[in-house]
Design a protein around this ligand. Structure first.
Ligand SMILES: [Zn+2]
Length: 146
């Protein structure tokens, strides 16, 4: 178990970690099924595997008017995900935020919407598919170890 854990850590520590994705880590953590690709990872406080990821595809279209937005900045969304090699894991997803340029549009700023988590959720949807009670326990564990 420890070997897998170490592999991810090594990948995330590479010099190029901020601009290249990790195909190996993507496979281990199955992040592609979440529409995400891993950019890096490290071991956080309390032995939590923190996985830095970004959406595979940018979706720069305004949810209100459908116009293509202008990239404004990025926000990081934290999501509890399934354990990796027996260790609790947390995703740090870097989401692009856009400014809508639609003339009649009331939506000023919008951010990339994740398929893998509901709006405002702190947990990826696939956790719930496994076991809701277990998901709650994982979340509590992550919160408690901060
Ligand atoms: Zn708009």
């Amino acid at each position: 178990m420890g070997a897998v854990h170490t592999t991810i850590h090594t990948q995330g520590s590479s010099r190029e970690s901020t601009c290249s994705s990790c195909p190996v880590a993507d496979v281990i953590c199955r992040t592609t099924e979440l529409g995400l690709t891993i950019e890096g990872a490290f071991i956080g406080d309390g032995d939590i595997t923190v996985i830095q990821a970004r959406p595979v595809e940018a979706v720069p279209f305004c949810p209100t008017c459908g116009a293509e937005g202008v990239l404004r900045d990025h926000v990081t969304r934290e999501l509890t995900d399934l354990p990796v090699a027996g260790h609790p894991s947390r995703l740090h997803v870097r989401l692009p935020r856009y400014r809508c340029v639609g003339e009649q549009c009331s939506q000023v700023i919008f951010q990339h919407r994740l398929e893998c988590a509901q709006v405002g959720a702190k947990t990826t949807k696939r956790c719930y598919l496994v076991d809701p009670a277990e998901t709650q326990r994982l979340e509590d564990e992550c919160e408690g170890r901060r």
